[in-house]
Design a protein around this ligand. Structure first.
Ligand SMILES: [Mn+2]
Length: 336
């Protein structure tokens, strides 16, 4: 948590109406959108003018979140977003801890600003760009941190149904439905209160997970058929080529969560999904692991990325096949 002097300073700052922007990482997930919109719904009740700015478009499966439709996508509406950022009194940066996570263009804009920033985030190794840094890897989600942050400010009464719904969404998605190891008694106490504040947990589950398209399921089928096991390294991986994506009319969010299937095989401790993106000339990679295998370190060292010990992302500028070969070669090397 922030220090008591920092909390007091922020409380004083928030006593009079301010212009506040909220920024999350590129390709926002449930935790990024949930934490951003939760802070917006909470602080708007104090009379502040608040704008959520996502680097690029948020995925369709999160469009139902309250006020998601009012968020500005920087890469589509930069001429609108830049003056809002410049005229902010404070910028929240949520669910990321290095400005490059907002993408090249937005990163440049943020770096040139003199506006003070506050970081709330649960990834490893935060960059020192924020005036206020609430960074803690022991949390399973940024949304749970936002809940503690709101309470630390003495704003528990601001947690209405909208705030609670947004926080719940981030906790649910980032804990994999309350099953990842960082799901604590505190997480469940928090969630209990959110349900008391009006969260419809069954409805949220349906909105998030029971809204698949036929194409998405077909793409999942292809991904599972492409799954390969490397028993000698307790590893597995899935590759999806641009052709695979095109065949099933890929839409943003369609590959969300597919990486996790590789880890459900008995004996597999580390898995990856490689997704070709011909337009950007890259292969996007997600890693998942169980136990001590540190995919954050793995992604940082070898694949231009990072994240958490058991969940990380990266990218490669080589071809799909070369990237996979590199992955296998590194595993072979690390097993020696
Ligand atoms: Mn998160």
């Amino acid at each position: 948590m922030l220090s008591i002097p920092e909390i007091n300073e922020l409380k004083l700052f928030l006593e009079s109406p301010k212009n506040i922007s909220i920024v999350c990482h590129r390709n926002p997930d449930g935790d990024a959108m949930g934490s951003s919109l939760a802070v917006q719904h909470a602080l708007e009740q104090l009379g502040h003018t608040i704008t959520c700015i996502t680097p690029n478009e948020h995925p369709n499966f999160l469009a139902w979140l309250p006020k998601a439709d009012a968020a500005i996508a920087f890469e589509r509406e930069s001429e609108k977003a830049i003056p809002i950022l410049e005229n902010s009194d404070l910028i929240f940066t949520l669910d990321f801890n290095a400005l490059h996570r907002t993408g090249e263009i937005m990163q440049k804009t943020l770096e040139q600003l003199t506006v003070p920033m506050i970081m709330i985030d649960h990834h490893q190794l935060p960059d020192p760009y924020a005036k206020y840094t609430f960074s803690d890897v022991n949390y399973g989600s940024t949304c749970e941190m936002v809940y503690d942050f709101i309470n630390a400010l003495g704003y528990n009464h601001l947690i209405n149904k909208d705030v609670a719904t947004c926080i719940y969404t981030g906790i649910l998605t980032d804990t994999g439905g309350f099953r990842f190891p960082k799901t604590t008694p505190e997480t469940h106490r928090c969630v209990a209160e959110l349900i008391e504040r009006g969260v419809n947990n069954s409805e949220i589950y349906n909105l998030l997970y029971d809204n698949s398209s036929y194409n998405r399921l077909q793409l999942l089928g292809r991904a599972l058929q492409n799954l390969k096991i490397l028993p000698e390294y307790n590893a597995s991986y899935i590759a999806l080529s641009q052709e695979d994506l095109d065949t099933f009319h890929y839409e943003k969010g369609d590959t969300e969560g597919i990486v996790n299937y590789g880890l459900t095989i008995k004996g597999v401790h580390v898995t990856a999904i490689f997704i070709e993106n011909k337009e950007e000339g890259i292969v996007k990679i997600s890693f998942r692991s169980q136990g001590d295998f540190d995919v954050n370190q793995f992604a940082r060292t070898h694949f231009n990325g990072g994240g958490h010990i058991n969940a990380a992302g990266g990218k490669s500028f080589s071809s799909l096949q070369e990237t996979i070969n590199q992955f296998i070669a590194i595993l072979a090397q690390e097993n020696n």
